[in-house]
Ligand binder design. Structure first.
Ligand code: ADP
Length: 471
């Protein structure tokens, strides 16, 4: 069943119960009040009649010491007919409950008089066919006799009004429920619009459309829910996009890796076959063995780098406070003695929080690339400076440079600008990918500025958070 129908049915049920209860209570309250009024009227009538009887008894001729039955009957008759209107019903009985006078149509029960006393005027509501009466009873003394006076007052109208009240209320309830059902069906439909929108959006997402968003048009809890749903959809879309990119990157990685393996291996197999199957001239034999040796070294280096990347990703960076001079002096020792290039090192002293081994590898790779790109006699600058957000390392060369469109891709694994040239220099396109991975573990990334023919500047900023983290 639809949620809007459930709201509608619940509301109608609650309204019907509320109307039924309040109607019953209201009509009954009016009835009780009217009945109480009638009862007190009947009691007043009874006491007036009693008083009238007593007065009449006092005025009878003095020859009677005790009120005779005939006089009592006369007084009863005159009392019945003396009131305004002639609907008065009364019954007069003596001590033994023997009736002295009774009006025509008086149908009150007799046993009810047992509870009556001089002090207590009693009453009961008496249904008689389609009519209702209030029967009152009282005990009094008149001229040496104990008498009982009973009256009957017709209160059928009060009961009719109650029945009428119920019937009117029933009709009003039906009309009001019908009208409110119409309004509620519209309201419940309107209130559940956001739920339907969410349902549609969720359905579309379930069928694979992660770009879908639910329209949010309110600021209440439903609006909040819609916004949360949209945020969730956004997060899901991003995650799926990232996963897709990751899968694609892995596929590309495997394809590039296989390609990088296949090319040298094919040649190595060819050279090895040549060496074992034929007797070669000494020079050719050396060239073949040398190719196998250099390519094996290259593949070995490649496998080490891949392994380093995997291990570093798994283990993360073990950062500790280190003087930056340590890195620069290490680089000076490694590259400073080359006769082909001039190494210029300048840095501001500072302490950084870094994994010494990983950061040293990054700087060695960048410097090694700069050396490869620089013609003999060229200059390479290694710099370190404090910045507002952290400490920046720069490796700058004035070599061949990199075209802008290549800059975006050179950090991808196995990507080489000039494949044959890179391979000839023992490269496999993994150096910068390795640097990127290691820098990511330090919460930073590689920034590349390069112009073909003018040189390149590779830099990265070790952020302050990293610097402060373990202070
Ligand atoms: P490799 O191990 O082959 O050097 P890298 O990932 O380190 O691989 O470099 C990717 C490519 O980026 C290289 O093929 C090279 O052409 C280019 N490259 C890297 N550094 C420089 C540089 N300083 N100047 C010019 N080209 C560079």
């Amino acid at each position: 069943m639809k949620f809007s129908y459930k709201i509608l049915i619940c509301t109608i049920m609650i309204m019907a119960a509320a109307f039924g209860f309040s109607g019953y209570y209201f009509v009954n309250y009016i009835f009780e009040t009217s009945l109480e009024r009638e009862v007190s009227q009947a009691m007043d009538d009874s006491s007036v009649l009693q008083f009238a009887f007593e007065t009449a008894a006092l005025n009878i001729p003095s020859k009677y010491d005790i009120l005779p039955d005939s006089i009592a009957e006369q007084i009863g008759f005159s009392l019945e007919n003396s009131g305004q209107g002639n609907g008065r019903l009364l019954r007069l009985s003596d001590e033994e409950k023997r009736v002295l006078y009774v009006s025509d149509g008086f149908a009150g029960t007799g046993d009810f008089l047992d509870k009556a006393s001089e002090e207590t005027r009693i009453y009961q509501v008496l249904p008689q066919g389609e009519h209702y009466y209030i029967q009152t009873g009282t005990k009094f003394y008149a001229l040496g006799r104990v008498l009982y006076l009973e009256t009957m007052r017709d209160v059928t109208e009060v009961f009719k009004e109650r029945a009428m009240g119920f019937s009117v209320y029933r009709r009003v309830t039906v009309v009001v429920l019908f009208a409110s059902s119409l309004v509620m069906s519209f309201l419940s439909h309107w209130l559940t619009v956001p739920i339907r929108r969410l349902k549609d959006a969720a359905k579309k997402m379930a069928s694979g459309d992660y770009r879908v968003r639910a329209v949010c048009s309110s600021t209440d809890e439903m609006g909040e829910l819609t916004r949360d749903f949209n945020r969730m959809a956004e997060a899901l879309e991003n995650t799926i996009q990232n996963l897709k990119e990751e899968v694609q990157a892995r596929e590309e990685f495997i394809a590039a890796f296989s390609h990088e393996l296949k090319t040298p291996l094919t040649s190595m197999v060819g050279y090895a076959d040549m060496l074992r199957s034929r007797k070669l001239e000494e020079e050719k034999q050396f060239l073949a063995a040398n190719y196998i040796y250099t390519e094996s070294r290259r593949l070995e280096k490649m496998s080490f780098r891949l392994l380093d990347m995997i291990v570093a990703k798994r283990q993360g960076a073990a950062r500790r406070k280190t003087e930056v001079s340590l890195f620069f002096e290490h680089l000076r020792e490694m590259f400073g003695n080359s006769a082909d290039i001039e190494l210029r090192i300048s840095y501001e002293a500072a302490e950084v929080c870094a994994d010494t081994e990983l950061l040293t590898t990054v700087l060695i790779n960048l410097t090694d690339n700069a050396v490869k790109a620089t013609e003999p006699g060229g200059v390479i600058e290694l710099k370190g400076r404090r910045e507002e957000e952290g400490y920046r390392f720069l490796v700058k060369d004035y070599g061949e440079g990199i075209p802008a469109e290549e800059c975006r891709r050179i950090t991808e694994a196995f990507y080489m600008v000039d494949k044959s040239r890179s391979r000839s220099k023992n490269g496999a396109g993994l150096g910068l990918a390795l640097c990127s991975t290691f820098l990511e573990l330090h919460g930073t990334c590689l920034e590349i500025e390069s112009r073909p023919g003018e040189g390149s500047c590779f830099s990265f900023l070790l952020p302050k958070e990293v610097l402060d983290e373990e202070k």
